[in-house]
Design a binder for this molecule. Structure first.
Ligand SMILES: NC(=O)c1ccc[n+]([C@@H]2O[C@H](COP(=O)([O-])OP(=O)(O)OC[C@H]3O[C@@H](n4cnc5c(N)ncnc54)[C@H](O)[C@@H]3O)[C@@H](O)[C@H]2O)c1
Length: 348
């Protein structure tokens, strides 16, 4: 069965699906679009996509799958409408504004017996897949601190992303991607959530730090900034045997590991700008090794290849509703922690 997609909300991201994310050689195609903005419908039409300004007619346009790509606060109602119209549904992230809302959508999808998934495409980012492989292959030993961050200095685009009621802010924008990646990689339960949300230039959170503690001793820090003019590495991962650094999305970086458990403490302390220190002197060169990052081949079109296979009963969904529910439950606690000004214990 070919996947015939109708898009609800043919904006910036929907066009990106059309142009780059949907593979050209698979049986997946955008056939129709529904939008409240006539200019976007005109644009869709110019690409050979049939435009609709009435939802009923849109659902009858020969489609079997709906991609919901509206502003965040509209996802829930359109997902439910599409599932009730007998469609499989792919929803852009964040799937809803809360875990409770997501539970309602999952219930409808189960009753309708339709596929329901979320476009957590960043599970297929190369930088993330490199970290996941390095950790799974034990290249840095047992990881104990993971820092995952994205930092920009452009602020927030001047649209609904600046409006709280529309689901604006960085927790629901980039934060949800980075949290989803961590939860996809770490299967141990989250046992503590703490967050600091700053409102530096807008009335939505625009610079955020999130701290997650997992059962078993692994901690993670997620950081998203829109007012940062000097960036830290995209990933900085500390393990019992080594440290992994990835500078940016281009995936420059390396793994540095110790080759001996104990350095020779009897050596003279190296004179450093910090004065005489044995603990923080540079690690002697002959006690470390530098490894290249693991080679990982991955592409965003993998998302739709998986969806096509799942729609034809040949694969499980890459992004399962219950996994997204876990992400959303943690997300709820991120907002709750910031509001209460304290860390929140949990088991998610
Ligand atoms: N997965 C990713 O990497 C990624 C990247 C960017 C955006 N997104 C997500 O995609 C979604 C859309 O973001 P965008 O950047 O394309 O925004 P956008 O503002 O460019 O596009 C939204 C579109 O929805 C339409 N719209 C607004 N209200 C509507 C309504 N009530 N009914 C129907 N259409 C309506 C608008 O006219 C517009 O065409 C968001 O949920 C966003 O979080 C995901």
């Amino acid at each position: 069965m070919d996947v015939q997609i109708g898009v609800i909300g043919f904006g910036w991201m929907a066009f990106y699906h059309y142009k780059d994310i949907i593979p050209k050689d698979e049986g997946v195609k955008i056939v129709s679009a529904f939008d409240i903005d006539p200019a976007r419908l005109e644009f869709a039409q110019s690409l050979g996509i049939t435009p609709y300004d009435k939802l009923d007619a849109f659902f009858k346009s020969g489609i079997n799958t709906v991609l919901v790509a509206t502003p965040n606060d509209k996802h829930k109602e359109y997902c439910i409408a599409a599932l009730n119209a007998g469609m499989n549904v792919i929803c852009e992230k964040p799937v809803t504004l809360s875990a409770e809302d997501l539970k309602e959508v999952i219930k409808v999808s189960e009753a309708a017996g339709k596929l329901f998934t979320v476009h957590h495409n960043r599970r297929k980012d190369r930088d993330f897949c490199i970290v996941k492989k390095a950790v799974e292959d034990g290249l840095i030993g047992k990881p104990f601190f993971i820092e995952s961050r994205v930092q920009g200095a452009n602020g927030i685009p001047s649209d609904w992303r600046r409006v709280e009621e529309a689901g604006g802010g960085m927790v629901l924008d980039w934060g949800i991607h980075l949290v989803d990646q961590l939860l996809y990689m770490v299967k141990e339960p989250v046992i503590q959530v703490y967050s600091l949300l700053k409102y530096i230039n807008y009335t939505v959170d625009d610079n955020i730090k999130i701290f997650l503690e997992f059962e078993g001793g692994l901690s993670a820090q997620v950081e998203v900034c829109t007012t940062c003019f000097q960036s830290l590495p995209r990933w900085h991962v500390l393990g019992s045997d080594g440290t992994l650094d990835i500078k940016d999305f281009a995936c420059e970086g390396s793994i540095v590991r110790g080759t001996v458990k104990e350095v020779d403490w009897s050596l003279e302390a190296v004179k450093t700008a910090a004065g005489s220190t044995r603990t923080m002197r540079p690690r002697p060169e002959d006690t470390i090794e530098t490894l290249p990052l693991p080679d990982v081949k991955v592409q965003w079109t993998d998302y739709y290849r998986n969806f096509y296979a799942a729609a034809n009963g040949k694969a499980e969904l890459l992004v399962k509703p219950q996994e997204v529910l876990r992400t959303m439950q943690v997300n709820d606690l991120i907002f709750a922690s910031a509001k209460q000004g304290k860390s929140i214990e949990c088991r998610i």
